[in-house]
Design a protein around this ligand. Structure first.
Ligand SMILES: [Zn+2]
Length: 67
């Protein structure tokens, strides 16, 4: 049985300058006080929300079995 790989995405608010730098691939120092939310949990592999697929095997074709 393939397991889901649970993740949560943290949402940060960026300034104009930070957004421009992040868009060019520059590493932006994310400040905790600018954290405005969390998206998830969900599965990184099949991209389904936790509530929908918990207790079921992950059906993502890209999933790799752990050794
Ligand atoms: Zn999954």
């Amino acid at each position: 049985m393939k397991n889901h790989r649970w993740i949560a995405a943290v949402i940060y608010e960026l300034s104009e300058d930070e957004a421009r730098r992040a868009a060019t691939g520059e590493v932006v120092n994310l400040q905790h006080k600018h954290r405005i939310g969390v998206d998830g949990p969900g599965c990184l592999n099949c991209e389904r929300p936790y509530e929908e697929v918990q207790g079921t095997p992950c059906d993502s074709p890209a999933v790799k079995e752990r050794p």
